[in-house]
Design a protein around this ligand. Structure first.
Ligand SMILES: Cc1cc2nc3c(=O)[nH]c(=O)nc-3n(C[C@H](O)[C@H](O)[C@H](O)COP(=O)(O)OP(=O)(O)OC[C@H]3O[C@@H](n4cnc5c(N)ncnc54)[C@H](O)[C@@H]3O)c2cc1C
Length: 386
């Protein structure tokens, strides 16, 4: 199942050729062992795709977010799980747009060469949840460094990343005019922090997603690692979150095509009551419907990424793209599973793995209620409930 031809056919073919070396059996084995797909991420790095967004002057490929989203889509469309590598794409944006020249020259060439990974982002906390302004992690400036105390949860890929983007409060909530003010973003070098104030504990979860609880206990971060201006971190993170939403939307689109391809193939091949099950409209129509939903969500994904690349506001579109794509891929997962009947539950068919993986996107990085609330209040101007 392929999408409508677009301007990215060369890119698609190159990424898809790499992905074809990592088949369903590879991803199933990784899923079963609950390990990190290191060989895949290495191959992706070697081919330069992990450095897609890094400008050429720093050794990267200088691609747009739209192109980065095509890379993510090709990974999930091939049957892979892009959760192992998308962090570098959206975190990069925070460093690129708001980091100093000194920070960029220090880190970007090493990230581009694969020596370092910037795969982790610590925003979510156990008590604050979606209400980010209530985070309790605090960073206090003392001379040439900040002392950080607090706790994060669901910090993904930290075991396989040297660098982490960290959000902490630098001005107490009671002392700021707007609750989104007074938070700052830091670049944490795990090689210097581990065992010196930073500890992490993996969280076993439904998907094979490498993610952690993180404890920050008097962790010292050099003041030079503050990204942008103190107190403006939430704004920077929001920028990154829009990038993340667009990339995740593209992953869902890729999943959606994968589910469509598998559902169609099985519906044509499986013969029950002396005819292919796909000849029954009760089986065929849901597949046609899910395909339309994916195609429609794909249009919003391209609209959002085009706005992002043009440096224009894209909060509404990024949210809508993520919401529509996650809904479409989840529906596609359900229909694909149903089409396979009992065999959909057999690990060997790989449907149940992709089903679990795509389900995540209806919760992370943001849940549907938050998006509906954003559209209802910020876009449509209805009263806020919180
Ligand atoms: C596998 C995985 C990986 C993740 N990776 C990262 C990561 O790398 N970095 C990171 O910072 N975070 C990460 N997250 C966290 C993720 O972004 C959050 O789980 C998500 O944003 C929801 O926050 P929460 O779990 O605290 O839910 P809560 O905020 O506790 O909300 C629970 C439910 O209640 C709903 N809800 C809450 N308040 C309202 C309201 N006022 N009105 C209507 N509904 C409401 C929510 O929509 C949600 O469905 C990850 C999560 C998972 C599961």
């Amino acid at each position: 199942m392929s999408n409508t031809p677009d301007n990215y056919q060369d890119l698609r073919q190159a990424v898809s050729a790499l992905c074809s070396e990592f088949n369903g059996a590879y991803w199933q084995a990784i899923d079963e062992a609950r390990t990190y797909p290191e060989t895949f991420v290495e191959a992706l790095t070697k081919a330069g795709w992990m450095a897609a967004l890094i400008p050429e002057e720093y050794g990267g490929s200088g691609l747009s977010l739209t192109e980065a989203s095509v890379i993510m889509e090709e990974i999930t469309k091939s049957g892979g799980n892009a959760g192992c590598c998308h962090g570098q794409m959206y975190n990069m944006n925070t460093l690129l747009r708001h980091g100093s020249l000194e920070q960029k020259s220090r880190y970007l060439p090493k990230i581009a060469s694969g020596e370092l990974r910037l795969q982790a982002m610590g925003v979510t906390e156990p008590t604050a949840g979606t209400d980010t302004s209530k985070i309790k992690t605090v960073a206090v400036k003392k001379g040439d460094h900040y002392v950080v105390n607090g706790q994060k949860v669901w910090t993904s890929r930290l075991q396989h990343s040297e660098l982490m983007i960290l959000l902490a409060r630098t001005t107490p909530l009671q002392e700021v005019k707007k609750k989104s003010e007074g938070m700052s973003v830091f670049l944490v070098d795990k090689r210097e922090a581990l065992g010196k104030g930073l500890t992490m504990r993996p969280i076993r979860n439904m998907v094979n997603h490498e993610t952690n609880e993180v404890f920050l206990d008097n962790l010292e971060i050099p003041a030079a690692n503050l990204i942008g201006e103190e107190g403006k971190g939430f704004k920077y993170i929001l920028d990154g979150l829009n990038a993340e939403r667009i990339l995740i939307a593209a992953e869902c689109i890729g999943d959606g095509y994968w589910f469509t391809e598998h559902a169609v193939k099985y519906a044509k091949e499986r013969v029950v009551f002396d005819r292919p099950i796909g000849q029954n409209q009760g089986v065929q129509f849901p597949i046609a419907e899910m395909y339309m939903e994916i195609e429609a969500a794909n249009l919003m994904r391209y609209k959002a990424s085009a706005l992002f690349d043009a440096g224009r506001h894209c909060g509404a579109e990024a949210n809508m793209a993520k919401h529509l794509a996650a809904k479409a891929s989840w529906e596609a997962a359900n229909v694909c599973l149903q089409t396979h009947g009992g065999f959909g539950f057999a690990a060997e068919y790989d449907i149940e793995r992709k089903f679990r993986e795509t389900r995540l996107h209806s919760v992370a990085p943001v849940s549907p209620n938050m998006i509906l609330s954003f559209i209802g209040t910020r876009v449509l101007g209805m009263p806020r409930s919180f």
